[in-house]
Design a protein around this ligand. Structure first.
Ligand SMILES: Cc1ncc(COP(=O)(O)O)c(C=O)c1O
Length: 351
């Protein structure tokens, strides 16, 4: 985005591929990936596994499918899965956890996405004829509905210890785990090593048009590959997707820091606006959640008034407006967004 007339802060999924990605797609060596013969997919999968410090990886079309094949590959139908009560898997994945994976989701509340290990322990019910068998604990990192918060490696470690002590697997929806790593200034392996397996998305802050990777042990990824196929996610010349993914892993990770700086700038500006609530402690990566409850206005009206001023935002709950920074959003766009927010709030307050 270079013009100042339109600032799209609905999500980092709106990012378009870079010129380098389009060039890589144009020149990608292709084959039939269902036969394991697409060299570009094989290269991306090997690179993803290496970056995460795991044995293997498999490319899937979306984050939703990545979570679903991971649920299916970590459990048996009828098992119980412990999820964070605000988790994307629980809220936004059309109930696939039950409808397709056949699992009982057991939501547990947390602070900023990081369970208290004692709460996980309490949710793991004893083996008993009446109870579903608990199989899996899931975390989300960064945590979307908590505002892009980072679950720290030490917190993951403590949760994982509880899971493993009870024979459960530990999975991470790491759709934005590179944001977490960049925010902390650590290698992404610090997060990945705490979980048995994880997924991450190429098509969010990393700017790819399509794709997510499921990463873990060779056995797990073998099962995931099979489950991807049963869901119809076996793709043929998927090197056209993978080519952009390779560019993303090599070129696009470090720049996430710019998105974090821009989100912080916006959040600090919004804190100064009377009538808006912003929990700065949650502004850890590329998201800002505004509490507009104090303005006494319908969410939809607030959103449409911002749109009239050229700023697009999303709503994640009553009175909660989410703004997400990403590639193409520069400081000048943040300034424009801040002015628009001030303008809307000012107009609402004199009504
Ligand atoms: C944390 C998290 N997990 C999973 C997904 C699903 O990804 P997709 O939209 O590619 O299906 C998203 C999408 O926003 C997400 O934020």
């Amino acid at each position: 985005m270079s013009k100042l007339d339109f600032v799209d802060l609905r999500s980092d999924t709106v990012t378009l591929p870079t010129e380098e990605m389009l060039e890589a797609i144009r020149h990608a060596k292709l084959g039939d990936d269902v036969y394991g013969e697409d060299p570009t997919v094989n290269e991306l999968e090997a690179l993803a596994a290496e970056r995460m410090g795991k044995e293997a990886a498999v490319l899937v079309p979306s984050g939703t499918m990545a979570n679903l094949v991971s649920l299916m590959s970590n459990t048996k139908r009828g098992n119980l899965v412990i999820l964070e009560s605000e988790a994307h898997m629980y809220w936004y994945e059309v109930g696939g956890v039950s409808a397709i994976a056949g699992l009982l989701p057991w939501p547990v509340k947390s602070k900023f996405g990081a369970f208290d290990p004692a709460d996980v322990e309490a949710a793991i019910r004893p083996r008993n004829i009446h109870f579903p068998e608990p199989a899996l604990v899931c975390v989300e990192n960064t945590h979307n509905r908590h505002g892009g918060t980072v679950v720290l490696p030490g917190q993951l470690k403590a949760i994982g210890e509880v899971a493993r002590a009870h024979g459960l697997r530990f999975y991470m929806d790491g759709a934005r785990v590179f944001n977490a790593a960049v925010a902390l200034g650590v290698d992404v392996k610090e997060f990945a090593r705490q979980v048995d397996n994880l997924m991450f998305c190429l098509s969010k802050g990393l700017s790819c048009p399509v794709g997510s990777l499921v990463v873990g042990s060779r056995d797990f990824v073998e099962r995931a590959r099979k489950n991807r196929k049963v869901l119809g996610g076996g793709m043929r010349q998927a090197g056209v997707i993978a080519a952009a993914g390779i560019v993303a892993l090599e070129e696009m990770v470090d720049r996430l820091a710019d998105d974090h700086r821009n989100a912080r700038f916006l959040a600090e500006g919004c804190v100064e606006v009377d009538g808006l609530g912003v929990d700065l402690a949650r502004v850890q990566t590329n998201m800002v959640v505004l509490d507009i409850g104090g303005l006494g206005v319908e969410d939809a009206l607030f959103v449409s008034m911002l749109k009239e001023r050229g700023v697009l935002v999303g709503v994640i709950g009553k009175g909660k407006v989410r703004l997400v920074t990403h590639r193409g959003i520069e400081r000048e766009h943040m300034e424009k967004a801040l002015e628009a927010i001030k303008g809307v709030v000012g107009e609402l307050r004199v009504r």
